[in-house]
Design a binder for this molecule. Structure first.
Ligand SMILES: NC(=O)c1ccc[n+]([C@@H]2O[C@H](COP(=O)([O-])OP(=O)(O)OC[C@H]3O[C@@H](n4cnc5c(N)ncnc54)[C@H](OP(=O)(O)O)[C@@H]3O)[C@@H](O)[C@H]2O)c1
Length: 343
């Protein structure tokens, strides 16, 4: 079976990663690359990693209609701008995996609070499936619109959910201290992302309440039934890709937490709980769709749980392809079975 794909936002960092993944996927075929300021150029003029047929594909404007033979659309656009393209694709009968935040909240008021702007198409929110794949498979099968989770929410929810579900975490005392490489902020020019501002530097940002906090709390509750208060502080580091979330947790039965996590993910292809005593590192997952989790018991009623993923893979394009595989009822690892590059 071959499914024809459009990638909108193909010139951005997650769009480029989608091109890389989709081009080696046995059941997906790239038919349309959409861009905005770079529209009109050939893809290879903007993306130095492309060659041959991919390099000569035209970058089409964002409002270019999707041809009838396109089945699936990945929208890798800024939030706010994505919603219109998602609606146009759905109206044209396409399936959509949206990598932006536009469909990650069930309530338009929560979206407005988190993003400081009204939702452009609130009527579509109820049909979006939040695609944290390991927790949403039943709903993803046959879905038309998948809201791909944010990178920080994915890095936080994967280690947190099994512990919340078993009721061992103190839900008032969750601290998530997280770090990201600069590709997490996208490719568009911003002064605070210039080399001189990021290199040899580490800083927190997004406080007092980073917009991903709403997403984490909403889906922590939806998937576990537990209302959790999450104190989340992200930091930007001078590296290209990679994300590490350190969860400082209190609760009961901490000696069992490693087993709880290991049992939950024992059969998963992409979520791996490291052996007791080992903690994950970003270079262990770079370029792969994996999330690595480690646990360290730090007291009678407290533990530190660390998770790592590649923000452009399991945090974005990789999980988007994983979700597409589930939507079409294919092997979930299709096109994603690469181990991390090292060193
Ligand atoms: N980066 C990450 O690690 C990450 C992780 C998870 C989710 N996300 C989300 O994924 C989406 C894409 O992120 P990114 O990092 O790939 O962004 P990016 O590198 O800034 O790329 C944005 C893309 O959208 C296009 N674009 C910009 N403004 C547009 C507009 N008004 N209308 C239509 N297209 C427009 C750009 O086209 P031109 O280049 O032609 O201008 C570019 O292709 C965002 O919503 C982001 O929050 C990102």
């Amino acid at each position: 079976m071959s499914v024809n794909v459009a990638i909108l936002g193909a010139t951005g960092y997650t769009g480029a990663e989608l091109i890389r993944l989709v081009s080696r996927h046995p059941n997906l075929s790239i038919r349309h690359l959409g861009a905005h300021s770079q529209a009109g150029k050939a893809a290879g003029e903007v993306l130095p990693n492309l060659s041959d047929d991919l390099a000569t594909m035209p970058l089409l404007p964002a409002n270019e209609p999707l041809s009838a033979d396109i089945d699936l659309v990945f929208t890798a656009l800024p939030h706010g701008a994505a919603a219109a393209s998602v609606k146009a694709a759905l109206d044209a009968g396409k399936k959509v995996v949206d990598l932006s935040a536009d469909f990650r909240h069930q309530d338009k008021d929560v979206y407005a609070e988190a993003y400081g702007q009204g939702h452009p198409h609130p009527e579509l929110l109820s049909q979006a499936i939040f695609g944290l794949t390991e927790y949403a498979r039943d709903k993803l099968k046959g879905a038309s619109l998948v809201a791909n989770p944010g990178c920080y929410p994915t890095a936080t929810l994967l280690p947190l959910l099994p512990l919340l579900k078993t009721g061992v975490v103190d839900t008032d005392n969750i601290i998530v201290d997280a770090k990201s490489g600069t590709s997490g902020a996208g490719r568009s020019a911003k002064t605070d992302l210039l080399y001189c501002e990021v290199n040899e530097n580490v800083r927190a940002y997004g406080l007092p309440r980073h917009r991903h906090t709403w997403e984490m709390e909403e889906w922590a509750c939806a998937f576990s039934g537990q209302k959790a208060k999450i104190r989340f502080v992200p930091h930007i580091l001078p590296m290209t890709r990679g994300m590490l979330a350190t969860l400082h947790l209190k609760g009961s039965n901490v000696a069992a937490w490693h087993d709880i996590l290991s049992d939950q993910y024992a059969k998963e292809s992409f979520v791996h709980v490291l052996p007791q005593g080992k903690l994950p590192q970003t270079s262990g997952v770079s370029g792969s769709n994996c999330c690595h989790i480690g646990v360290s018991v730090t007291g009678a009623d407290e533990a530190v749980v660390v998770s790592c993923l590649d923000n452009l893979l399991k945090g974005a394009a990789g999980q988007a392809v994983q979700n597409a595989n589930v939507m079409y009822d294919w092997e979930e690892t299709l096109g994603l079975d690469v181990i991390a590059y090292w060193p």
